[in-house]
Design a protein around this ligand. Structure first.
Ligand code: PLP
Length: 469
């Protein structure tokens, strides 16, 4: 399997080549040249597979340049009951006939990002060792991504993580999850500023090409192809757990921000998984809901981006959306490039008067948005009706899912985090603190390791320089 860019100007590359790089040289995103197809016989055989066996069967179709034995060893080391809390890895909870929640949040940081990031840690370590190279990961986080990355990369040979976060602005739980790590290859930098300041510093460092090269700076953000591929696996898993025969269609509801999670669902559907609808749920930051309802993609300015009670979906620009547009244009790199140049220049594009808009329906996407009141109400209802505590993001998904349920088509909502991560809103909804896994009791009291710095890219560069010599 080879990979091309969504903007059409990159010579085809192998999986290992694109794994460690961010944007393609032409500014696009890497995509597989064609979607591997899954046969009916494969789907039937996979019904008896463990999560790791299923992950192997799917990922090997994409990572064809990694020797099978090596890939298998990495996958088996990643998806264990020890790391993900149960042999199921992604337990399926049935709330009502044809309504399920797929548990993706039982990894080390209690959010679905662990599903992909844990594998990425092993893939990165492997690819770097092969090349005799090392990597210094620089990132900005408002919570979930940073902790998932740090927990995946801790103790890995050849890798250091420099993670910027807005000082004093993450929840106490999220702060403790990151700052509590004592591994010498993890560096937490608390920036005196907001999340956007952190992101600006990452951009400034990345744009200093000489510095970037000299210090082997890389990223693990949501456009990383390895993350997307690892996420494809649980769509198959959810399907196989919720059905007993291959002719059955299901729908997935996905709490969305950067379009990374649901992009994996799109890929699973293109591979032949019988998905009826992909239900995209946003919160008040409804860039994507607006697109799927109107055909207009209009990115928001930072000042227009609201802080909500489902903070991991507070995005103004969906970084993986270009992958879907590439498919929508019939994989026309020049057309995709023109549309996203328009986003840079004019802040968006309008597909209503193009031949593309009428094709959107063929891809199964539908969408909706929820407000703070909707998600609080949903948390209460899901608790009182089904006895399940769901977090604010999963509540967004369930709220929108209700609008698209259809008799005969099971709806699977992806659980993207556990309630313990977002205590304040859970207390507001249920009048009490949510359950917390045993191992996380007393987390906030552990010693914390971090450096406070001004919002100054030069100071951050100097710090990285000092700690990578
Ligand atoms: C990252 C995240 C999301 C959004 O996922 P995308 O891949 O960016 O669409 C939703 N919920 C939670 C809890 C997250 O951490």
């Amino acid at each position: 399997m080879r990979y091309v860019s969504t903007r059409g100007e990159m010579a085809p590359r192998e999986f290992s080549d694109i794994l460690l790089s961010g944007l393609a040289p032409d500014g696009g995103l890497a995509m597989c040249e064609q979607y591997p197809q899954v046969t009916d016989a494969e789907l039937s055989a996979w019904r008896s597979y463990s999560y790791a066996e299923l992950a192997m069967a799917i990922i090997r179709k994409f990572a064809t340049d990694i020797p099978e034995a090596d890939l298998r060893a990495m996958i088996e080391r990643t998806y264990t009951a020890e790391v993900f809390g149960s042999a199921d890895i992604t337990p399926l909870k049935t709330l009502a006939p044809e309504l399920h929640v797929l548990g993706l949040s039982n990894g080390p940081t209690l959010a679905f990002k662990d599903m992909a990031m844990q594998l990425l840690g092993n893939l990165f370590e492997y690819a770097l060792a092969k090349r005799g190279a090392s990597l210094n990961i620089l990132g900005a986080t408002s919570g979930d991504t940073g902790s998932a990355a740090e927990h995946a990369m801790r103790g890995k040979a050849g890798i250091r993580v420099f993670m910027l976060s807005p000082h004093g602005k993450m929840s106490p739980f999220q702060t403790a999850q990151m700052f509590g790590l004592q591994d010498p290859n993890i560096f937490n930098i608390a920036i005196e500023g907001v999340f956007d300041d952190c992101q600006d510093i990452v951009k400034a460092v990345s744009n200093d090409h000489a510095y970037k090269e000299a210090h082997q700076i890389g990223t693990v953000n949501s456009i990383n192809w390895g993350r997307i591929v690892a996420q494809v696996v649980y769509y198959f898993r959810g399907y196989l757990m919720a059905t007993s025969e291959n002719q059955q269609k299901v729908s997935f509801a996905v709490p969305s921000g950067n379009f990374g999670n649901i992009c994996a669902g799109h890929i699973a559907r293109q591979m032949g998984l019988p998905i009826d609808k992909l239900v995209l749920a946003t919160n008040e930051n409804d860039v994507l809901d607006e697109f799927f309802r109107t055909g207009i993609y209009r990115v928001r300015k930072s000042a227009e981006t609201q802080q909500t009670s489902s903070p991991s979906m507070d995005i103004s620009k969906a970084s993986n959306f270009e992958r879907f547009i590439f498919d929508l244009t019939g994989r026309d790199g020049a057309a995709t490039a023109a549309l996203f140049r328009k986003v840079d220049r004019e802040g968006g594009f309008d597909l209503r008067d193009t031949p593309y808009w009428s094709k959107v329906a063929c891809y199964g996407f539908v969408s909706g948005r929820s407000s703070h009141a909707d998600r609080v109400q949903t948390i209460r209802e899901v608790w009182s009706r089904y006895g399940m505590e769901v977090d604010t993001h999963t509540a967004d998904g369930l709220f929108v899912a209700q609008q698209y349920r259809e008799a005969g088509v099971p709806m699977i909502c992806l659980e993207t985090a556990l309630p313990a991560k977002f205590e304040a809103t859970m207390v507001e909804a249920l009048g009490r603190r949510p359950a917390r896994p045993q191992a996380y009791e007393g987390l906030e009291a552990l010693p914390q390791r971090f450096e406070v710095m001004a919002a100054d890219a030069e100071a951050v560069k100097a710090y990285i320089h000092q700690h990578t010599r």
